[in-house]
Design a protein around this ligand. Structure first.
Ligand SMILES: NC(=O)c1ccc[n+]([C@@H]2O[C@H](COP(=O)([O-])OP(=O)(O)OC[C@H]3O[C@@H](n4cnc5c(N)ncnc54)[C@H](OP(=O)(O)O)[C@@H]3O)[C@@H](O)[C@H]2O)c1
Length: 262
């Protein structure tokens, strides 16, 4: 895809969607910087990617991105990237009444401000190189809040707005800022939740998935979870030179969850 030799920081890339994006970029010959709070999990992921894609140089970029000191130290260590994938994000179903200001603030700091700070740091050099990609990972909750996690949905809507504002700054350049909105995706966490719900049965995973989807996510048109690999391939394409006309776009890969045309 014309990405060989580029460097990418993929936040939250020891698991789930972030890890799949890192793997798919490495498959394209990108040197990936792996991030997560657990230094051990980051190191394991770096070794896995190094073994699978020996022509690339994955590196350990462990840091808690919500911690100002750790985040600034990471930026000082890696002052230049070609691709920034803001995948790190937290989510949890919670009753609206339980959402204290501290929880709201934590979600905004984690899901929005951390990604914003990284973007603020890397965007200027991308613009002066006239080359670069910034991707935010939002969610279908950004445009179709389910009501089960308002604190999360708000942060994901904010990312769509931020990406469009920043895209304005890229006018006339080859730099792009876009957002992917995944629907329900089979990360390790989601897999554990499903296995937990059906722990008393001897159903195959495929049957559990089918049952769960029909009872809990009937609006999904694929009636299965999206695989992280699918998001990873899409992200690799959006990082490629073939995707330079996507500017400030919210790109849905939601399995048909959103029932509207736009
Ligand atoms: N899974 C879904 O169904 C789904 C659907 C739509 C959108 N999304 C979005 O896609 C993104 C990834 O979701 P996922 O389910 O794949 O996530 P996940 O499996 O929970 O993985 C989260 C990753 O982020 C890291 N992380 C968490 N807090 C961090 C912090 N403060 N600093 C640095 N790293 C941190 C985790 O590692 P450590 O714990 O070691 O820090 C891990 O690598 C999120 O933005 C999520 O909102 C997910």
């Amino acid at each position: 895809m014309g990405l060989k030799g580029k460097t990418a920081l993929v936040t939250g890339s020891t698991k789930g969607i972030g890890k799949a994006i890192a793997i798919e970029l490495a498959r394209e010959g990108v040197h990936v910087l792996i991030n997560g709070r657990s230094r051990e999990a980051v190191e394991i992921t770096v070794m896995e990617i190094q073994a699978e894609f020996p022509d690339t140089r994955p590196q350990n970029a462990a840091a808690d991105l919500v911690d100002n000191q750790q985040r600034e130290a990471l930026l000082a260590k890696f002052p230049q990237v070609d691709l920034l994938i803001n995948s790190m994000g937290i989510y949890e179903i919670r009753a609206y009444d339980d959402l204290s200001d501290d929880i709201w603030e934590h979600y905004i700091r984690t899901n929005v401000l951390a990604a914003n700070r990284l973007t603020q740091f890397y965007l200027p050099s991308m613009l002066s190189n006239n080359d670069g990609r910034i991707l935010f990972i939002a969610s279908e909750e950004a445009v179709m809040p389910s009501g089960q996690m308002p604190h999360y949905a708000v942060t994901k809507s904010m990312l769509l707005s931020l990406a469009k504002s920043l895209s304005k700054l890229t006018k006339g350049s080859e730099v792009t800022v876009n957002t992917i909105m995944p629907g329900p995706t089979l990360s390790e966490n989601v897999q554990q939740i499903i296995d937990g719900i059906y722990s008393q049965t001897d159903m195959t995973f495929k049957d559990k998935e089918k049952d769960f989807m029909s009872k809990n996510l009937p609006q999904s048109e694929i009636q299965r979870f999206i695989r992280p690999l699918e998001i990873g391939r899409l992200a690799a394409f959006l990082c490629s030179p073939y995707a330079s006309a996507f500017k400030g776009s919210p790109i849905r890969m939601d399995g048909g969850m959103v029932p509207t045309i736009y």
